[in-house]
Design a protein around this ligand. Structure first.
Ligand code: NDP
Length: 458
């Protein structure tokens, strides 16, 4: 056996498959994708309506739904809780997406490098998110305060109409990238056809759909219309609260601050983001296209909507307590992610927690049959569990919920519940993919770091 042969994981050699590619799609998978394709917009509308008409009480909206059924007024109820499209909503959203697209393409930018794709491509990306975030916020604030043409509460005031507009783009984009993959794919060899239309629509076919060399759909839609908007949406709800009460509660200030840490971190470390699962491994379908256009801006900001409808201030003790949880979470999140990124960038030549980094040298094969080397870190946060970076994220999610008040309510903790499901599911997806990619090296890694998330528990 040649040394190269030994480096190719047996699972790939035996099945002649390449990681990140061929996969059995079960009927349950297809059904789940179909349900998500059809129902997620209604779920987001339900959350929007419970906040808009029921002060973010999901219990009350459900109660009214059943009451309307028994009273025969279901139609009136549905009319009341369904967001209405408006020309203004569409106009604002079209302007927003075009403005962000122009900034993404033409504002001065560094060039970042992505991870090697399953077909062996290494792509470069325009990385100017932080600059675009700063400029957009300055323009939004100055535009409102100097020209007086609009109020900073404009997003909150048009939130329902924007929900319709974002859904339209989310679905159009899903269909567009589906057909693009068939008729003019960017990297044909990196397409993943599963044999199921529903699955392909949902999970996507193209790995890195692009227009030209530089307009990258995944990086643009995930970062720009969605994440740049995140802090603007929060700001808009804070301004709406000021208009309503004459002051802003400390809970709203705290939430805006904690969310801003997460968002600014994302753009400050945008180059790192190019090597995370979203960009490096996921394909671009409804999951990311609609998710970036609708799910992200509407569900990640539910807490500011909640505080706007339930304007409670926190005691200073609670304020400091919640802030501390958020900052500890951020510390773990950022340091864990940096450790993984830096150990690979330095080819293992760094110290972690005062000692030389420990790691496994692994190799994998791309579909052009070339063998490549990589590193699996086994010390620092990556020696505690295989996804300790997720713990940091979950602590931050907890602090976002607690910023709304220490009492339990569904909407403030919705994001924590959702992220827990997303990340636990991601762990199992990642486990399968890494096993297929690294074979025996992944087994060695799992032996060295046996826990997936929480030591001795999971
Ligand atoms: P990770 O950053 O944990 O990336 C996992 C990948 O890293 C694996 O697929 C593997 O890829 C590589 N890897 C795994 N173990 C090791 C190791 N020991 N040493 C070196 N490389 C390793 O996952 P995500 O991309 O999901 O998350 C990145 C961050 O983003 C997390 O902090 C997460 O919490 C956050 N996040 C936030 C979301 C949100 O919506 N707010 C959604 C999802 C994530 P390979 O070897 O192929 O490079």
């Amino acid at each position: 056996m040649s040394s190269e042969d030994r480096l190719i994981p047996a699972s790939i050699k035996e099945n002649n498959l390449t990681w990140g590619r061929a996969q059995e799609i079960s009927y349950q998978n297809r059904l789940t994708c179909l349900l998500l394709l059809l129902l997620t917009p209604f779920w987001v509308s339900f959350l929007w309506a419970s906040c808009t008409y029921y002060n973010c009480s999901v219990v009350n909206i459900i109660y009214d739904f059943f009451a309307s059924l028994s009273e025969g007024t279901l139609f009136e109820f549905l009319i009341k809780v369904t967001p209405a499209p408006t020309f203004k909503g569409f106009g604002l959203y079209i302007f927003w997406v075009l403005f962000q697209a122009l900034m993404y393409m033409y504002w001065p930018s560094n060039i970042g490098t992505g991870q090697m794709t399953p077909a062996g491509n290494i792509l470069s990306y325009r990385v100017n998110g932080l600059r675009v975030w700063v400029v957009t916020h300055i323009l939004f604030i100055l535009g409102a305060s100097i020209t007086g043409l609009y109020s900073m509460a404009i997003i909150q005031e048009n939130w329902g109409a924007l929900l319709i507009a974002t859904n339209c783009l989310g679905y159009l984009l899903t269909v567009f990238v589906y057909f693009k993959a068939y008729y003019f794919p960017t990297h044909k060899e990196d397409c993943k056809f599963s044999g199921s239309t529903i699955y392909d629509l949902y999970m996507g076919i193209e790995h890195n759909p692009r227009i030209g060399d530089t307009f990258d759909f995944k990086l643009f839609f995930n970062g720009r219309p969605g994440i740049v908007a995140w802090t603007l949406i929060n700001l808009s709800f804070a301004v709406a609260q000021y208009k309503q009460l004459g002051f802003v509660t400390n809970s709203m200030v705290l939430l805006n601050f904690l969310h801003a840490i997460y968002v600014v971190d994302f753009f400050y470390f945008e180059d790192w983001y190019l090597r995370t699962i979203d960009i490096a491994h996921d394909h671009f379908g409804y999951y990311l296209a609609w998710g970036d256009c609708v799910w992200l801006p509407f569900t990640y900001t539910l807490q500011s909507h909640y505080i706007y409808r339930n304007p409670e201030s926190l005691s200073w003790f609670s304020f400091i307590f919640v802030l501390t949880i958020g900052l500890v979470g951020y510390y773990i999140f950022r340091h864990a992610n940096n450790q993984k990124d830096l150990v690979r960038k330095s080819d293992g030549n760094i110290n972690i927690w005062g000692a030389p980094a420990r790691f496994i040298r692994a190799s994998y094969t791309t579909s052009d049959n070339k063998v490549h080397n990589s590193i699996l870190l086994t010390s620092g946060f990556w020696g505690i569990s295989r996804h300790f970076n997720y713990i940091g994220d979950l602590l931050m999610c907890l602090s976002f919920g607690m910023a709304c008040g220490l009492q339990f309510d569904f909407i403030p903790y919705y994001y924590l519940i959702y992220m827990t499901i997303l990340l636990v599911h991601r762990i199992s997806r990642d486990q399968d993919r890494c096993k297929a990619k690294y074979g025996i090296f992944w087994d060695q890694y799992c032996e060295a770091v046996p826990y997936k998330l929480i030591p001795f528990i999971y």
